[in-house]
Design a protein around this ligand. Structure first.
Ligand SMILES: Cc1cc2nc3c(=O)[nH]c(=O)nc-3n(C[C@H](O)[C@H](O)[C@H](O)COP(=O)(O)OP(=O)(O)OC[C@H]3O[C@@H](n4cnc5c(N)ncnc54)[C@H](O)[C@@H]3O)c2cc1C
Length: 469
């Protein structure tokens, strides 16, 4: 049965309120804020995946360590409670090129570490009884149109060079893709097994409960005002600690002295109401593969455990002065763009009611490459800048920070992203002009390519060059 395309649905029933991922279970009950000075061994600033994984692995390795997590709002308020739920081993292009510049063994080691990280998260979630709708059905990169297909094919030798074997990726023709999911205009896809679909908020909520059970103290409603060797200065008191680790990703620009370290890049999502049986059958997406396209302003989607489609992309990519939204409110024009995209990719879902729209920030360094840093002399460390790939990467960062803090020389501490230094972003208004210009260019390039250009638009090449991507 073929259904005629319906106009995109109107604005979402709920806008913001952190994210849809809290709609069913509600926001977590607040944990006590810091009230007075505290002395611990390790202070973690932020309460997302990075901080919680670091706390988890440190406590497992050295149960006697006194560890405090200091979170301004609540654990999972940031991107960790708002993301698209791709627990993916794929690294962003710029990051892969950075690793490759250190030689093939370094690039392969980095990629292999990411493959293993997906399995590590799946295993720990099962071991610790974290129920986060985890299902490892892999990731589909769908080529929509001829130009995306050309780019996908051109990408394959690069991936092989970086250690992707036959078992790590499978090329699907249009028919094979349609057996898994029907995407309008698709010319085929690349499938990799190295990805799981997760429920973001349940993962972060479960992690917070797990580290508390292990003896980590989580202070919520506790804003860190300043980080210095030996101390995290908070509104409610000063936390003295031999090791102070910054895990604030997209919010880092709000900390003293960090305004230009990583820009807060915005990403927005919508989720449909649970889809009718007829619509689901028409789309045929019965597995839990996550799905993205090959556009320059790419999208990412998951089929949720309760049969909705959640789809995201860059709406308003960046706010002047590195400002961040508070609770995820999303502009109606962004909601409309995402609903139109949903209808273009899955015509049967066009017009499906949109239950929720929300946004969040992720951290982007000037060279678009993530990092883990630790200075044994000062005890200061940080991890982040994952450029939208932080769900799995934060786990690898957590294990790496554990080894660095404990003074261990391991395979993880020798990975090429450890200890790298990056220049800061340009001052405003250059930063705003540059980033907004970049995304205007990517959208123009996508329009030209889908309008029949027949090759990757020169506008996209120029934008990559100017943006340092
Ligand atoms: C809409 C969206 C979709 C995404 N989709 C994906 C995806 O599908 N797959 C993927 O791999 N990645 C995705 N990402 C990126 C990924 O979610 C993040 O990289 C990752 O969650 C970062 O975790 P984190 O712990 O480092 O930071 P966060 O989860 O952002 O946590 C930082 C915490 O620090 C707190 N904080 C800020 N300032 C202070 C302060 N001064 N004092 C104390 N606490 C402070 C914040 O409240 C926040 O809770 C997405 C991001 C967004 C926004």
């Amino acid at each position: 049965m073929t259904m005629s395309p319906a106009p995109p649905a109107g604005p979402a029933r709920t806008n913001g309120h952190v994210s849809h991922w809290y709609a069913a279970d509600g926001l977590p009950a607040p944990r006590p804020a810091l009230d007075g000075d505290l002395d611990v061994d390790v202070a973690l600033v932020g309460g997302g995946y990075t901080a919680l994984w670091t706390a988890y692995y440190l406590k497992k390795a050295e149960p006697a360590l006194r560890i405090a997590v200091l979170e301004k709002e609540f654990a999972g308020f940031g991107a960790s409670g708002r993301n698209g739920g791709w627990l993916t081993a794929a690294l962003p292009g710029q990051f892969r090129r950075y690793a490759a510049a250190h030689g093939r063994p370094a690039a392969v080691a980095m990629q292999r570490a990411m493959f293993a990280t997906v399995d590590e998260v799946v295993a720990v979630a099962a071991e610790e009884g974290i129920e986060a709708d985890v299902r490892k059905d892999g990731e589909l990169h769908v080529a929509v149109g001829a130009v995306q297909e050309q780019r996908m094919l051109a990408h394959l030798p690069e991936l092989r060079e970086e250690g992707w074997g036959e078992e790590d990726m499978l090329r699907l023709g249009p028919g094979e893709l349609a057996d898994r999911v029907r995407v309008a205009g698709a010319r085929g896809a690349l499938w990799t097994p190295h990805c799981a679909r997760i429920h973001p908020a349940r993962l972060v909520r479960g992690l917070a409960a797990t580290v508390e059970r292990l003896g980590v103290t989580v202070h919520e409603g506790t804003e860190v005002l300043d980080i210095r060797p030996g101390a995290a200065v908070c509104r409610g008191g000063t936390v003295s600690a031999r090791h102070v680790l910054r895990a604030t990703e997209g919010f880092t620009a709000g900390l003293r002295g960090q305004r230009r370290t990583w820009v807060p890049m915005n990403s927005s999502m919508i989720v449909t109401a649970p889809l009718d049986r007829a619509v689901r059958d028409e789309i045929g997406w019965h597995g839990a593969e996550v799905l993205g396209d090959g556009a320059h302003a790419y999208c990412y989607a998951q089929r949720t455990a309760d049969d909705r489609i959640a789809i995201g992309g860059r709406g308003v990519p960046y706010r002047f002065g590195s400002h961040v939204d508070s609770r995820g409110e999303t502009h109606t024009s962004t909601q409309r763009q995402l609903a139109e995209l949903l209808g273009r990719l899955f015509p049967a879902a066009a017009g499906a009611p949109i239950d929720h729209a929300w946004s969040g920030v992720l951290g982007v360094p000037r060279d678009w490459c993530a990092t883990v840093q630790y200075d044994p002399a000062t005890g200061l460390g940080a991890a982040g800048g994952y450029v939208g790939h932080g769900v799995a990467t934060a786990n690898l960062a957590g294990r790496t920070l554990r080894d660095l803090v404990l003074g261990r020389d391991t395979e993880l501490t020798r990975l090429p992203w450890v200890g790298r230094k990056v220049r800061g972003w340009e001052p405003e208004p250059l930063r705003w002009l540059g980033i907004r210009g970049l995304y205007v260019a990517y959208r123009a390039a996508d329009r030209r390519e889908s309008g029949g250009l027949g090759r990757t638009s020169l506008i996209a090449h120029a934008a990559d060059l100017l943006g340092g991507r």
